[in-house]
Ligand binder design. Sequence first.
Ligand SMILES: *Cc1c(COP(=O)(O)O)cnc(C)c1O
Length: 379
Amino acid sequence: MQFIDLAEQYRLLKDEIDSNIGKVLNHGKFIMGPEVTELEQKLAEFAGVKHAVTCSNGTDALLMPLMAWGIGKGDAVFTTPFTFIATSEVISLLGATPVFVDIDINTYNIDPERLNAAIQKTIDEGKLTSRAVIPVDLFGLPADYDEIGAIADKYGIKVLEDAAQGFGAVYKGRRAGSFGNAAGTSFFPAKPLGCYGDGGAILTNDDELAAELKSIRLHGQGADKYENVRIGLNARLDTLQAAILLAKLKDFSHEIILRNTVAAKYTAGLGKRVVTPYVPSGLMSAWAQFSVLAKDAEERESLQARLKKAGIPTGVYYPKPLHLQTAYASLGYKEGDFPNAEYVSRRIFSLPMHPYLKDETIELIIKVICSDSSENKIA
Ligand SMILES: *Cc1c(COP(=O)(O)O)cnc(C)c1O
């Protein structure tokens, strides 16, 4: 059994994917070919924004807007400690300081009330300038953008949505990738919309920002290739990956519905045995992961072992919150600083999730997890 099965998707979309790849091999425009522009139009349309700027990966998709905003030394960028390291890494790469804010215990996303308090504290301390917040759509569930947006407006800071896991999700009638001043997403193969290598995109309604991002992506290019108006990156998306994504994007909203069907079956079958994901009303997750909470670390270990024995792969996202990582030792955080992130990281584990998970597989997974239900059932 696969944790994320990409083979079935390829089998279903093979004709279109192969034909799109063939077209690129024939025209030979491997860098910034016509598929890149076409994909950018379709991504923007899908997310309901004016601009999509594709790029090399999801990490660069977060780095580039921060570069465009001139964020650097002395600046504070707020984010969650319960995410993949890329979210905070981009802040540190620019010399700015990540200021972690604990998560909401139900959604596992950044807690707006605690965000407000953290910004106020940073202002009161007077050492760092508050510049931006990076909320993460963890496991595919959008963060609370109404609340976060109001707080960001109050303090005059930017919002950069980390939609690496959330692309395809919906928040109150709007697609993920359309929130804040810009959003970065990833097309890493295992993400809800994945290519066959590395890829990413930035989505925004800001014309000026989109133009700057296109320059940053090409070594800070000005009017032509050999005029450089800023320090940039080599951060283009390969034409081949764009061609693959064009084929996959056609089926993507259907795949999101299939993922939601899988999630509903898991939730119905597992809800009495483990803590299943909470989706606030008006939101739809893209289900990058289906993650559940065990009672404690010990129970997690035994459930994972039992699943493994039955041939069912699981994963832990994330076993150690970022504030406790060695890479961030210099920030001076300690155990106990973010109790919710620490609580969840000790108990969480993820089950196989992809649009083509079969009913009998879902039923088997539920059966294995609930096989001790008579002793452990939560009333
Ligand atoms: C995957 C991921 C990224 C980085 O994307 P890459 O394409 O791997 O660089 C950033 N943030 C989150 C939350 C992710 O899951």
